[in-house]
Every structure is written in C-alpha cells, then in structure tokens.
Design a protein around this ligand. Structure first.
Ligand code: F6P
Length: 390
C-alpha cells in the first residue's frame, strides 16, 4: 500500500532553490483554470489568486471549463477566456461550484477523437494550449484541480508553460498535502447526514447503508464514519467480507442495539471482487456507483434485518465550503501568487501545518494518497469497535 512520504525539503520556498524554465519573463497577465469535479472552495481560490495578482499589477483572466475555453474558443459566444477583475470576484468566497465552469471530460493529453469507423483515437492537444496561452498573452497559469488536472498541469510545465497548481478534491487523495480543499466540506456534510440517519434507523430498527464518494481512497468514508459513529466502514483500501459486516450488525441486535449504520465508499470492493462501475465513457474516468445498494441487499438477505441504502452523491460536492476549506482555499490561492512572483513553476501548493509549502507537481501526482492502514484514525476506529469487514 503506498504511504505518504516525508516532505521534500528541496522543494521549499526560497527563491534561490526555485527551478526556472527558460528565461524568466516578467508577468503581466495570468490565467486561472478549474478542472475535474468541482469542490467547495474553488471560488475562494479564484478570489485569492485574482486579488493577489491585481495587487501586484498583473492582469487576470479565467479560462472557461477546464482548458476548453482555449481549445474551443468558438464554442463560447462571449469568449473562451473572461476577464477577472476585483468586481468579478466580489462576494464569491462562500459560494460552491466555480464561476469559471469545469469539466472532467476530454483530457487534453488524451483527447478523444471520433474516427470514421465509429472508434475513437486519442490525441495530445497540450501544444495547442501552449500556443493559445501565447496568443492570449498569458504569461503564467494557476491550475486548480485534482490528480488528473495537476498531471495535465505538469505536462504543460514540462512543455514550457509557467504554471502553479492548487490541490482540489473532496476525495483528499492527492499526495504531498495534508489536505486538499473541499475534503473538509464533504466530510462535514456526510457526518451531518449520518447524524440524521441514526434516528430513522433506530426508529425502524433498520440497517442504513450510506454510500459516499471516494473512488480510490476511503478518506471521506473513514473520517465521516468515525465522526458519525458508524458501526461498519467499507473503504477501497480494505476489500471486505460481507459476512463479517453482517456479523457486526447481528451482534448489535443481540446487545439490544437493533439498528446499524454502515458507510461504504463508492470505490469499496468485496474480497476477490471488483469495484462497482456504473458506466465506462471515452476520455474520462469510469463512473462508479451501486455498491451501497448491493451491500444493503446482501445484509438484508444474510441477517433478515430490513435494510435501506442512501447515496449521498454530488450533494457532497455542493454548497458552501466550511470555514476550514474557505481559509485553506484563500491560503492556497495567495500562496500560488507568491510562488509565481518568486519565479516558481511546476510546483503545487501544499498544506504542511502550520505552513503552506511547495512541492514539484511531478512528485505530487506520481502516486495517490490512500488511507494508511496504521494511521491514527484507523486505529481509533478499530479501538471503537468499528468493523472494516476484514
Ligand atoms: O471529485 C472526485 C469525485 O467526487 C469522485 O469521488 C467521483 O467518483 C467522481 O468525482 C464523480 O464525478 P462526476 O462528476 O463525473 O459524477
């Protein structure tokens, strides 16, 4: 199982250690883009980046829908890039979504192109992005995204674009940062849902199975499950045995606790089985879903206890960022601007309490941050008697 590695001190913030590519061009104009699934805090980052840049005398534009605004400008009657002024970013810190739009389709490094025979081939369109930046006098980009978007950012950096990444994802599965922004908001929401589900589960003496997001990493399931006092938590890192989960709920009934709460990450899989895939689509990651329903049905069959499932889905991505995420997003945005001012490029801002540091994009995107099975929260969960189905 991959583990979080020690911080790379060589990537720290002193200008003398900064890697510069080509000749250092004075920044006059920067662009911001948001890619991948949205997460609470995107607008707060956009605001901090915009204000920080304007205060340094730089002009700021936003690229619409990932890089689509540069790749398909004609699709946008008002233009694929929009000016970001102080007025444009006023009053957006607390808003969910992104004022720039986003997409998790059509990775520009492997852009799907339909062939005459109905098949698809993929092409690399990163060169077009670099040329479009030049054409639009964009000297540097702040790329806000998860592992996919930041891998694209790294490829653009390697081709010569000056770029700084900001780690976003509710899944919290990006390496080298203690937390991504959006994660705390998703966990807080999921925990509140678990609190609400307790009373109805108890009233009906049911098993409630709650499916949360978490494609390859079980951070949301673990943190919300422990905080929301779940009885079992199923995460992608630990293939589960449904009979063991069922035993846990039956034991509870014997102890007079006639209801149980089971949290399942969408990417959880049974021992010897595979993830529950809803749909394969060209040019994007497979869509997951359905594991909550499967687990609820199986538990009902095995235990005879009535079971229901709830999928929290995109509710976890919506709404206002928590205070933690707002502050983190503003800190990340401001830190990204400081990095550009110092001539840094090809780095991602990362939370390393009490500070924010910079790590190479390549390192941050080289492996996924999954839940270490011996981390303190896992140990806490086990000490509390929570089952992981293992
Ligand atoms: O942002 C990551 C994520 O929330 C995953 O947990 C989930 O599998 C995916 O996004 C869903 O994305 P979409 O917006 O395509 O449904």
């Amino acid at each position: 199982m991959p583990r979080r590695s020690k911080p790379d001190s060589s990537a720290n913030t002193t200008p003398s250690t900064v890697k510069k590519i080509g000749k250092t061009v004075r920044i006059r104009r920067i662009a911001i883009n948001t890619g991948g699934g949205d997460a609470p805090g995107l607008n707060a980052v956009i605001r901090a980046v915009t204000i920080g840049a304007i205060h340094r005398g730089w002009e700021v534009v936003g690229i619409r829908d990932g890089y689509n605004g540069l790749l398909m400008p004609n699709d946008y009657p008002d233009g694929g890039i929009i000016p970001l002024t102080l007025e444009a970013v006023r009053g957006i810190t607390h808003l969910g979504g992104t004022i720039l739009g986003t997409t998790n389709k059509g990775n520009p490094l492997e852009f799907p192109v339909l062939q005459k025979d109905g098949s698809y081939k993929t092409i690399d369109r990163s060169g077009e992005i670099i040329r479009a930046c030049r054409k639009n006098r964009i000297d540097a980009v702040v790329a806000i995204g998860g592992d996919g978007s930041l891998s694209i950012a790294n490829a653009l950096y390697e081709k010569g674009l000056r770029i700084v990444g900001v780690p976003k994802t509710i899944d919290n599965d990006l390496s080298e940062t203690v937390s991504t922004f959006g994660f705390d908001s998703a966990v807080s929401f999921a925990t509140e849902c678990l609190d609400r589900l307790h009373s109805t589960a108890e009233a009906h003496r049911r098993i409630m199975v709650v499916e949360v997001m978490g494609r390859y990493a079980g951070w949301i399931a673990l943190n919300a499950g422990v905080s929301g006092t779940a009885d079992a938590i199923l995460i992608p890192e630990i293939p589960y045995d449904i009979d063991i989960v069922a035993r846990k709920t039956v034991e509870r009934v014997k102890q007079g606790r006639k209801f149980s709460i089971v949290v399942v990450a969408e990417g959880a899989k049974p021992k010897g089985g595979t993830r529950s895939v809803l749909e394969h689509e060209i040019g994007r990651a497979e869509r997951l879903g359905g594991i909550g329903e499967t687990v609820a049905k199986q538990l009902q069959e095995i235990t005879g206890q009535e079971s229901r499932h709830v999928v929290l889905g995109h509710l976890q991505r919506g709404g206002s960022p928590t205070t933690f995420d707002r502050l983190l997003s503003l800190r990340f945005g401001a830190a990204a601007i400081r990095a550009l001012e110092r001539g840094q490029s090809g780095v991602m801002v990362a939370l390393d309490p009490p500070t924010v540091r910079y790590v190479p994009l390549k390192k941050a995107t080289s492996r996924m941050k999954v839940v270490p099975l011996d981390c303190d929260t896992m140990l806490t969960a086990r000490d509390l008697g929570i089952s992981f189905g293992d």
